[in-house]
Design a protein around this ligand. Structure first.
Ligand SMILES: [Zn+2]
Length: 167
């Protein structure tokens, strides 16, 4: 695992703000952003599984959908029609290690780089339980930077579960 760049920590701050927005809701506070090739935010999302009653509404999925839609608009403005769904040269930044579904979505979106905060020893698919992002049998490999602002990302989750268990 390569050592994270300073901007990874900065981008994690954006994902953390997304995650904190979930604190007022019943959803587990996980946040994600997709950073475009120019360093701007293309998509942002937080876990909305409870709010939407949608088992696929993970932070990463929400952020990836938004980023793909935005890129598609941009490309349409430029007159391009093909491969609008590819998030080429983008970076997905998420507060918790992606699960198998989200790691699969990263591969399908051809996202080349993933930065995550806390490790998920129970369901993580970026090295903990599975390593879908670096699965050699798949035709797309992803650069992975784990443990970025790990403490803050993990504390957010631990606080949430402590509070909900106590309630
Ligand atoms: Zn997920």
């Amino acid at each position: 695992m390569t050592s994270p760049e300073p901007r990874h920590a900065e981008w994690m701050g954006l994902a953390l703000s997304e995650a904190r927005q979930a604190l007022a809701t019943a959803d587990v506070p996980i946040g994600a952003v997709v950073i475009g090739p120019d360093g701007t935010v293309l998509g942002a999302g937080r876990n909305e599984r409870e709010a939407l009653g949608d088992p696929t509404a993970h932070a990463e999925m929400v952020a990836i959908r938004e980023a793909a839609a935005r890129l598609r608009e941009r490309r349409a403005d430029e007159g391009a029609r093909d491969d609008g769904w590819r998030l080429a040269d983008c970076t997905l930044v998420v507060t918790l290690e992606p699960c198998a579904m989200c790691a699969g979505a990263v591969v399908l979106a051809r996202i080349p780089r993933v930065v995550f905060g806390a490790w998920d020893e129970k369901a993580g698919a970026a090295g903990s339980v599975f390593d879908i992002l670096r699965e050699r049998r798949l035709n797309h490999w992803v650069e992975v930077y784990g443990g970025v602002r790990e403490q803050e990302c993990g504390d957010l989750l631990r606080d949430f579960f402590a509070k909900h268990r106590g309630a």
